[in-house]
Design a protein around this ligand. Structure first.
Ligand SMILES: Nc1ncnc2c1ncn2[C@@H]1O[C@H](COP(=O)(O)OP(=O)(O)OP(=O)(O)O)[C@@H](O)[C@H]1O
Ligand SMILES: [Mg+2]
Length: 261
């Protein structure tokens, strides 16, 4: 079975979707088969792959809410070595619909475990909340990657997601690991931004990736072109940063788990 990674942080606009798109593209560029899963009702991942989250069907909403839906019915091609399970705006109602079901936290884990063996990596994009959609992603995942914006209060936010990871590990998914903390939207000219990275490294040590994603226009314009930055601006610093992240992710997953916790 492939590696299943959740990309999560309850803070909005920290680079979760950007990381799913571009880490996915960078792993695909290395020849790996990659499945991207959109669990966010905003559907930004789906839109940046060129599909309309208002009309995408079947979608992850179907997968989560309709018994018997197979992953293969939802997944579609999204590029060379890349596939997408699109999200739809209906996902906003899924949390409510699932609330009374005893298997509410395993609605993604079950179909993924049954069918994810064809791909090397599954990257799950999550909404900016710690609700049931994010819990479904963490329950299905082997490890979580937490993007953190290099700004004040970043540290406070990270505790909330790590507490949720701890709760999911205790109750639902004992093997869930923290793959790493990814500093995003770094501004090298800003002393403040540099200080946030120092604080992250002091608090989370080797769990912080060596790769840092800087603020770069190409990352903001690529979604409008419906392309990962690796295709939109292949030689940009951002494209190269996501390539370095892909090799770090592969190295971390290849090392024994105790080194990563
Ligand atoms: N390093 C960067 N430099 C410049 N713009 C960026 C960078 N990373 C992300 N962006 C832009 O910032 C916005 C927010 O990024 P993104 O959508 O990836 O965050 P998110 O955490 O997924 O947000 P949400 O919580 O709403 O899902 C997007 O418009 C994206 O294109
Ligand atoms: Mg997003």
């Amino acid at each position: 079975m492939g590696h299943i990674l959740a990309i999560a942080n309850q803070k909005g606009g920290v680079g979760k979707t950007t990381t799913v798109v571009n880490l996915g593209a960078a792993l695909a560029e290395r020849g790996q088969h990659v499945l991207l899963i959109d669990l966010d009702p905003q559907g930004a991942l789906t839109a940046s792959c060129g599909l309309d989250p208002y009309t995408a069907a079947p979608s992850t909403y179907t997968l989560l809410t309709q018994d018997g839906t197979r992953l293969g019915q939802v997944v579609r091609p999204a590029g060379e070595h890349l596939w997408l399970a699109p999200g739809s705006v209906d996902l906003a109602a899924a949390e409510y619909l699932l609330m009374s079901r005893p298997d509410r936290s395993r609605r993604l884990a079950a179909p993924l475990q049954a069918e994810a063996e064809q791909v090397a990596y599954v990257l799950i994009d999550t909404p900016p909340s710690l609700g049931l959609l994010t819990v479904n992603a963490l329950t299905a995942a082997e490890a979580v990657l937490v993007p953190v914006e290099c700004r004040y209060l970043a540290m406070r936010g990270i505790r909330a997601i790590l507490d949720t990871v701890g709760t999911v590990r205790e109750r639902l998914n004992p093997s869930l690991d923290l793959l790493g903390v990814l500093p995003t939207m770094h501004q090298p000219a800003s002393a403040h931004s540099r200080q946030v990275i120092e604080e992250l490294r002091a608090a989370f040590r080797e769990r912080v990736f060596d790769t840092v994603i800087e603020v770069e226009e190409a990352l903001a314009t690529a979604p409008a072109a419906r392309l990962p930055v690796l295709a939109h601006r292949p030689e940009s610093a951002a494209a190269n940063a996501y390539r370095r992240l892909a090799s770090e992710v592969e190295a971390r997953l290849a090392s024994p788990p105790p080194a990563r916790t």
